[in-house]
Design a protein. Sequence first.
Length: 386
Amino acid sequence: MAQFEQAYNILNAVAKQATGREDISVVDTSSFVAVANTVLRMGTDVFFNTLSDVLSRTIFSYRPYEPLFDIVSADSERWGNHVRKVVPLDFEAVENEEYTLVDGQSYDPWIVAKDKVVQFNFYDAVTHARYRSYPVDQIRTACTGPEQFNEFIAMLFSNARSLINADEENSRRLCVCNFIAGKTIVDARNVRHLLTEYNAYTGQTLTAQTVRQNTNYIPFMQWVSAQIESTSLHMRERGYKYHMNLTNANIPRHTPRNYQRLIMMADDYARIKNSVLSNTFNEEYIKGFEKFEAINFLQAENTPNKIIIEPSIIGATGTPMTGEETTVDNFFAMIFDRDAMLHTTIDTSSYTTPINGRTKHYNVWYHYTNRYCNDFTENAVIFLMD
């Protein structure tokens, strides 16, 4: 009964929207077929376009693919068609002459101190399209009963939506990979090499293999936990340390805790979380970030911790440019400001072609635009396991 109700509610909405009538109601299978025929007589293209609009507002029981890397997603209000970020620069303090007055001397109160700002403009967008063909007879068969109609809806939209979501995930993945690779070029001082630092701290000579032995893993991960927590605390301070600065402008930044984001490799996080040596890491601290995501791989599944990319970066003067081919290996985690990486999908739409008289089929085209930005002047620290 629930499936039939879902089918006739959807078809009612399609019929009312396509015909402009408000008195259509499906109460049984025969009337379901009557309403379906009414809509189809208006044209399959009308049926498809209206159905697409109705289904975009409806929740279904099929299994859609939800894109990962949600941690960098933003709505179109925060990251829309064109974003202009204006950043005020600090001004210098001057001597307070209140207590150093000289008898007979004039003091000019109208000395000008012009505001100094840096403006960043973000325009880039990547558009995609997908399409699928549907024979007319298949549509008519689907509308002869609620069961076939439900199956048709699932076939029509579940796979298409999953493919679009997979494209969105890949775009988000590129957003993160580009930032990690670009950060190593424009702000290498905030790329932390954990194993190297730990060996220098303890006087040991551990390698990426030996550090994962249980006897070494406990103290190492406790030290790593302290580094992440300490970095998070310091990023709350207003300053110039944890981001790229321009040659002609030092940009003041601070990242409150509720603006901080944390990503970590899923395999490392799983071992930390499920280790019988549960005191190696403060999991509650990790969960304390506003957003945290464990990621399975960065660029390629077979080399999950590795990136090889020519990143889009900001030059020393603030101009966009393409960096040299950069390899980042042994990625472990990253803390970043929520405005350092932004991604959104805009201009989603679907359109139906006229019928092909030769083959009696329609094509449904899906259009969508992915936008992302990397701002290397926002706070971020990368942790590598090397």
